[in-house]
Design a binder for this molecule. Structure first.
Ligand code: ARG
Length: 282
């Protein structure tokens, strides 16, 4: 089902997301430091949190599409990772862990059925790319590298999308995707935790973002950076008070949408909402 987004005349780019319902959500393997098969998500709570997130994104003005998962695809509730989508084209993920590799096919099938065109990969099996590592800031893409995405994939993205891609090497395994430590707010501002990147990445981001909201590792551990922005609303799984104060001073509204069950798999809101036009402009 689809609900139309912002009213005409909105000054902000329209936002469309694809979410995957938690029909088959579970923690059945451990591929990041957050996951343990000893602590499984509760089915009813997962549905409540997921439905609230869909409603929250829509109330903020986004268009939300959703599709069901398949049996066995227990991490499919994080469709952001299935690829990089912009201007009706997409680059399919190449997952680092075989446990997730079938998700790329399922996500791509939805995109192809809905009129998106696939940009093929060069035939190089050594490349990895997961969508959670790719974040937009202004006209540039930032690409986390190391735990999940290969530096060569960042170069490939730049070539095929014709945009500058800045690689940000991640050194703290708890923040294995860049979207766990960097959240763009608008063309001048972003919230981020530089302590989890190497020095080269820190310098690159410092040069790029005129007005940063630098957060500590502890603040990032709440998944506060794993948020999405719709107009001036920041839809967040958690928001420590200091972060909220700055966001509100800057004119943003914080919409909290807790996703505790999904955090058990190491994913938050940005992982759950695939941006269907990452580089989109109004
Ligand atoms: N369990 C998933 C994994 O380890 C979580 C994905 C989080 N996604 C994200 N975009 N940060 O791959």
């Amino acid at each position: 089902m689809t609900v139309t987004g912002p009213a005409t005349g909105s000054p902000y780019p329209p936002k469309s997301f694809l979410l995957c319902s938690p029909d088959h959500f579970d923690v059945t393997f451990e591929i990041n430091p957050w996951m343990t098969t000893e602590r499984r998500p509760d089915r009813d709570k997962s549905w409540l949190e997921w439905n609230a997130l869909v409603a929250g994104l829509r109330s903020a003005g986004a268009t939300v599409h959703h599709f069901p998962s398949l049996p066995g695809l227990s991490d499919m509730v994080f469709p952001t990772d299935v690829g990089v989508v912009t201007a009706k084209r997409f680059v399919r993920a190449r997952f680092r862990h075989p446990e997730r590799s079938n998700e790329a096919e399922h996500g791509a099938a939805w995109l192809l059925e809905h009129g998106f065109t696939e940009i093929p990969w060069p035939d190089d099996p050594a490349l990895y790319l997961e969508g959670g590592d790719v974040v937009r800031f202004g006209d540039v893409l930032l690409c986390g590298t190391g735990p999940r995405t290969s530096p060569a994939a960042a170069e490939h993205l730049s070539r095929v999308l014709g945009v500058e891609v800045v690689a940000v090497p991640i050194v703290d395994p708890r923040f294995y995707h860049l979207d766990m430590s960097f959240c763009p707010l608008d063309d001048r501002r972003a919230l981020y935790a530089p302590a989890v990147w190497d020095v080269e990445g820190q310098r690159a981001v410092e040069k790029l973002v005129p007005e940063p909201l630098i957060i500590s590792v502890d603040e990032a551990l709440t998944f506060s950076a794993n948020s999405v922005v719709v107009g001036r609303t920041v839809v967040m799984p958690a928001c420590p008070p200091r972060i909220r104060t700055t966001l509100e001073d800057w004119g943003f509204t914080v919409l909290l949408s807790p996703v505790e069950e999904f955090l058990k798999a190491g994913g938050g809101i940005r992982c759950m909402a695939l941006d269907l036009d990452l580089l989109g402009r109004a």
